[in-house]
Ligand binder design. Structure first.
Ligand code: NAP
Length: 346
């Protein structure tokens, strides 16, 4: 691949702002060309994209600027942006050279011009599957680490509940909780996922929330003594039921509320008084505020991966054109494990 060469560049573009439930037709595939050349005077890089990460927050960025909550909206007609793994093919940046493998924010396209490469992280462990840098060694892994260890301050013997437990973040939270000596229960939306939680990730118990008539009763069955730590991924009715089952001085890490991302009418939460009477601490966080701890996290998880104390399940789709369906599938529970899309294999 020669510098200055012009290549076709397949991409996925936001067609319109999302109103209601995210649909594949909100995105469209397109092809234009890219010149493999950094504009004069820029300290930028051009990367060839290998793996794209499908993440629930992306749909929040697909809302119109008037409706978006905190996260800046994508621009209609422009390429979708998300986390991914890439290889540097042209560099004008002092710390990156051609051939370096990186992860960070890229376009949903074959080649991206990254104008501020300081936000890209170099991949230190290419001996592990590179796709792990979209999941366990990337943003979702870091989310599990910060949310569980920093916000929840877990102690051995505590009772931990994780919702959306088989997903990119949840499967790791459950394994961290087991490594800490906690009792951990997860909820997920199919029997296949429930089996995975117990057989593969070592959760002590798990339930299929779609089959439960009464979430409060399901939690009472799993936690007769109550919950010390709730790792919140879904919000809505599950949060309401959890509040009833928290123990005194319990902690809730508000990581995400996926059940509320695609609804036109947000659900109310009724049991908030439990926060007062049980002296609970519920704290939200955004992983991007914590990347100064990334290297510490990476080394810890790499060690546990290599010693096989931690495992990770990915749900891999081939081809950039399949990315819209892969993203929509997150909100229908179609992914089993971390959802990612292969654009190219180096
Ligand atoms: P994921 O679990 O890999 O995929 C999403 C899963 O959510 C689906 O597979 C589905 O699993 C579940 N789900 C979808 N719609 C649902 C609904 N209406 N009610 C209940 N569950 C539903 O996603 P992830 O990447 O691990 O993300 C999990 C949560 O963490 C999300 O809320 C995300 O926004 C949040 N997050 C936050 C940060 C942060 O910085 N705070 C960073 C990353 C992720 P089931 O089959 O189990 O329903």
């Amino acid at each position: 691949m020669a510098e200055g060469e012009v290549r076709p560049n397949k991409k996925v573009v936001l067609r319109n702002y999302v109103n209601g439930f995210l649909q594949e037709s909100d995105m469209v595939a397109a092809t234009d060309t890219v010149r493999l050349e950094v504009p004069h005077g820029w300290t930028a890089v051009i990367v060839k994209n290998l793996y794209l990460s499908c993440d629930p927050y992306m749909c929040l960025r697909m809302a119109s600027p008037e409706e978006s909550i905190e996260f800046p909206s994508f621009v209609v007609g422009s390429v979708m942006i998300g986390y991914g793994v890439s290889k540097v093919v042209v560099s004008r940046h002092k710390d990156l050279k051609v051939g370096d493998l990186v992860w960070g924010m890229i376009g949903w396209e074959e080649y991206s011009l990254i104008s501020d490469p300081d936000f890209l992280m170099k991949i230190n462990h290419p001996e592990l599957p590179l796709s792990y840098y979209t999941g366990i060694l990337g943003m979702p892994g870091m989310t599990a680490y910060i949310g569980f260890y920093e916000l929840c301050a877990p102690k051995k013997g505590e009772f931990v509940f994780v919702s959306a437990a088989s997903g990119a973040v949840g499967q790791l939270v459950g394994q961290f909780a087991k490594m800490t000596g906690c009792y951990v229960v997860g909820s997920a939306g199919s029997d296949e996922k429930v089996n995975l939680l117990m057989e593969k990730f070592g959760f002590d118990d798990a339930f299929n929330y779609k089959k439960e008539q009464d979430l409060n009763a399901a939690l009472k069955r799993c936690f007769p003594e109550g919950i010390d730590i709730y790792f919140e991924n879904v919000g809505g009715a599950m949060l309401d039921a959890v509040l009833l089952n928290m123990r005194i001085s319990g902690r809730i890490a508000a990581c995400g509320m996926i059940s509320q991302y695609n609804t036109e009418k947000l659900e109310g939460v009724h049991n908030l008084m439990n926060i007062v009477t049980k002296r609970l601490r519920m704290e939200g966080f955004v992983v991007a505020d914590h990347y100064s701890k990334y290297r510490e996290f990476e080394e810890m998880v790499v060690q546990h991966l290599k010693s096989k104390e931690i495992t990770y399940v990915e749900d891999i789709t081939e081809g950039l054109e399949s990315a819209p369906a892969a993203l929509v599938g997150l909100f229908k529970g179609q992914n089993v494990g971390k959802k990612l899309v292969v654009v190219a294999r180096e």
